[in-house]
Design a protein around this ligand. Structure first.
Ligand code: COA
Ligand code: AMP
Length: 635
């Protein structure tokens, strides 16, 4: 890459004159009121983008395309591999459905600024509900369908919604998962009382309704009147999306309307090289940030066709599922998590791929966890298209580092998420916040102010936003990830530096699991760490110290803890392993040495810290882990 490459030029423009750069990007949107203020500093930790601009995100996703003559183009393709149903919505049809459902919400008291929680499977009604909430200037908070009633209740109590939208069931491969009983249980548990729920009844399971509270989606639509877009300020919240932190309480990441629209529209061109009419397939879930940004908003802002896929990469019905979708709908960009490709590779090293015409597929993007070099090479060799690892977080809402295919496709390096995206300025810092040299690992920190589209605060807890992200390194946002920049400026993200783990592309808090494990009557003390999993990247492992006199076998304890975590967090935690240990390694001040445990499980050499209280316990724990084959012996 020369210092004057197209990427370098754009990167320099965005970092040296951010206001001019983002003002130009903002000018491509249809605002109700164009912003005259581009970047406003409120105080040392808070900035606003486009503060006096007015817009509506649903208008930008749908109505604007009708106004520009794109009404008949397909906006959304729904493909359910678990029910066999396929459905296409043109921009005009989707706008009609969304406006009608917005009418239902409005008639039931939802207005500007109100929160609406969505607990939905991957059906078009999930997208319709999100956009309908945005249409009213209200704030959606989507809770991933795999979360338990307990997790849903936590989010209800934090977001305090005016209304909840849900469906009767989800479908996991061939199992019908009843959602409504989980919703009922969550509402029972939550202290915040929700006056109204709108339930979409799927034909696979009809849910029982609570009179006076629950309304039937289909019946409500029959008598609904369309609602129009409500202008909001660029700084008004569009959504809250909860993500795992280091404590048991999830954090509600708040995204604004204006910065989000500007950043996502820019990303569709600069990162994904997409133009109106291109087909974009993000194989994620609307419950995650990837689903928010790249199943729903970004492809629609850009006038593309988005694919909503209800199914898995394997078993629905086979490991050719993604390739079928790409061929059938002429997908240009496929975006999925590396874990999905590891699962495909395991089931089908090559056979099914040959059956599909992937000539329209231009790029495969991956995110959600580190793309290990073996998977990178396998996908690139098999498909023969650029494979792009890009790094981002719920907090940023779009990629911090990527190969900017629409600006300039740079040569890829296996294991690297390529280069910082224009707008993000990052440094690798040591413990004291000093930038380190090339190829040295450290904390990845992003210079403030962050570009448009990133979180503005944590819902109801701005202190957590400031303390958790902005106070660690003065003038930076601390990403929580560690890694290094090589001599060419390529970023290698190596993993979390905190107690967050990543299981099958799902971000989970070990702290939260520890709370659940510690509550078991036989457990005196515990520690949960992430250990390697060949398909899912990581899986949780609990190391448990029993109470004096507790009589329970490791096998029985493991089964009981598995059930507890499943019930409290959900099956997606994939918590299945616990070992009983006689002691836990601690510093003399009593802090558990988690990093040391992670190093043992990873089969890495480690230095025994001088502060350790009882070094002999390390050999015991290593032997116990080895007995259960929990130590990594090569990938
Ligand atoms: N509703 C209810 N349950 C759900 C669920 C949902 N939306 N999603 C997952 N679950 C359940 C699963 O049924 C499974 O339950 P089980 O333990 O009873 O079998 C459990 O949660 C774990 O699910 P999952 O992680 O999907 O594991 P899997 O073994 O069924 O599939 C993969 C493995 C790799 C195919 C799958 O994890 C996958 O596709 N991962 C990609 C995830 C992704 O796209 N992340 C993107 C984030 S950007
Ligand atoms: P989430 O907020 O759920 O999107 O998870 C964000 C976390 O996933 C990041 O902090 C990283 O730890 C991890 N992650 C996401 N994308 C990548 C990537 N491309 N490479 C390495 N880690 C990633």
């Amino acid at each position: 890459m020369t210092t004057n490459s197209a990427y370098q030029q754009q990167y320099r423009q965005a970092s040296t004159a951010p206001e001019a750069f983002w003002a130009a990007q903002a000018a491509t949107l249809a605002w109700y009121k164009k912003p005259s203020q581009i970047l406003t500093r409120q105080d040392e930790h808070h900035y606003q983008w486009f503060a006096d601009g007015e817009l509506n995100s649903c208008y930008l996703a749908l109505d604007v395309h009708l106004a520009q003559g794109r009404g008949e183009q397909t906006a959304l393709i729904y493909d359910s591999a678990v029910t066999g149903k396929k459905q296409r919505f043109s921009y005009a049809q989707l706008q009609h459905e969304v406006a009608l459902f917005a009418g239902v919400l409005k008639a039931n008291g939802v207005g500007k600024g109100d929160r609406v929680v969505l607990y939905m499977p991957m059906i078009p009604q999930a997208v319709i509900a999100m956009l309908a909430v945005a249409r009213l200037g209200a704030v959606h908070s989507v809770v991933f369908g795999g979360f338990s009633a307990h997790e849903l209740a936590l989010r209800i109590d934090d977001a305090c919604p005016q209304l909840i939208v849900s469906a009767s069931c989800g479908i996991e491969i061939n199992r019908v998962i009843a959602y409504k009983p989980l919703l009922d249980e969550a509402l029972e548990k939550a202290s915040h009382k929700v006056p109204c729920c709108v339930i979409y009844q799927r034909e696979q399971l009809i849910a029982s309704m609570q009179h006076g509270r629950d309304l039937d989606w289909q019946q409500q639509l029959a008598t609904a009147t369309s609602a129009d877009c409500v202008p909001v300020l660029a700084t008004d919240p569009l959504y809250i999306l909860y993500t795992s932190g280091t404590t048991g309480k999830p954090k509600g990441v708040v995204r604004d309307n204006g910065g989000h629209a500007v950043a996502l529209k820019y990303s569709m061109q600069a990162i994904y090289n997409c133009k109106p009419g291109d087909v974009f397939f993000a194989a994620s879930d609307v419950g995650w940030v990837v689903g928010h940004s790249y199943i729903v908003y970004a492809p629609l802002f850009a006038g593309c066709t988005t694919v909503l896929y209800e199914g898995k990469p394997v078993f629905t019905p086979d490991a050719g599922a993604f390739w079928r979708i790409c061929a059938e709908y002429q997908v240009k960009v496929l975006f999925a998590a590396p874990t999905a490709f590891r699962a495909i590779r395991k089931e089908d090293p090559d056979a099914l791929l040959q059956q599909y015409d992937l000539s329209k597929l231009s790029y495969i993007f991956m995110a959600g966890e580190r793309l290990d070099p073996a998977t990178f090479h396998w996908v690139q060799d098999k498909i023969g298209k650029p494979v792009i690892d890009h790094w981002w977080q719920t907090e940023t809402g779009w990629a911090i580092s990527a190969n900017p295919a629409g600006v300039e496709l740079l040569p890829a390096k296996a294991g690297s998420a390529t280069v910082p995206v224009p707008g993000f300025v990052l440094d690798i810092l040591d413990d004291s916040g000093v930038p380190v040299a090339a190829n040295q690992q450290g904390y990845i920190a992003l210079k403030m102010p962050l570009p448009p589209g990133c979180l503005t605060t944590i819902w109801g807890n701005d202190e957590r936003f400031v303390d958790g992200y902005l106070r660690t390194f003065e003038g930076y946002y601390a990403s929580g990830d560690g890694g290094y920049l090589d001599e060419d400026g390529y970023l290698f993200v190596m993993g979390r530096t905190d107690d967050v783990i990543n299981v099958a592309g799902h971000r989970l808090s070990t702290g939260e699991m520890e709370q659940i494990v510690a509550a078991h009557p036989a457990v005196a003390e515990c520690c949960v760490i992430g250990i390697e999993d060949l398909i899912k990247g990581q899986q949780p492992l609990a190391l448990v110290l029993l109470k004096n006199g507790a009589q329970i076998s490791e096998h029985a304890l493991e089964a009981e803890l598995t059930a507890l975590v499943r019930q409290q967090i959900g099956a997606l935690a994939c918590f299945k392993k616990a070992i009983i240990v006689p002691r836990l390694p601690k510093t003399r001040s009593g802090k558990i040495l988690r990093k040391l445990l992670r190093q043992i499980a990873a089969g890495q050499s480690y230095l025994v810290p001088s502060t350790i209280d009882d070094p002999a316990c390390l050999a015991e724990i290593t032997a116990l882990m080895a007995r259960r084959q929990l130590i990594k012996i090569g990938f």
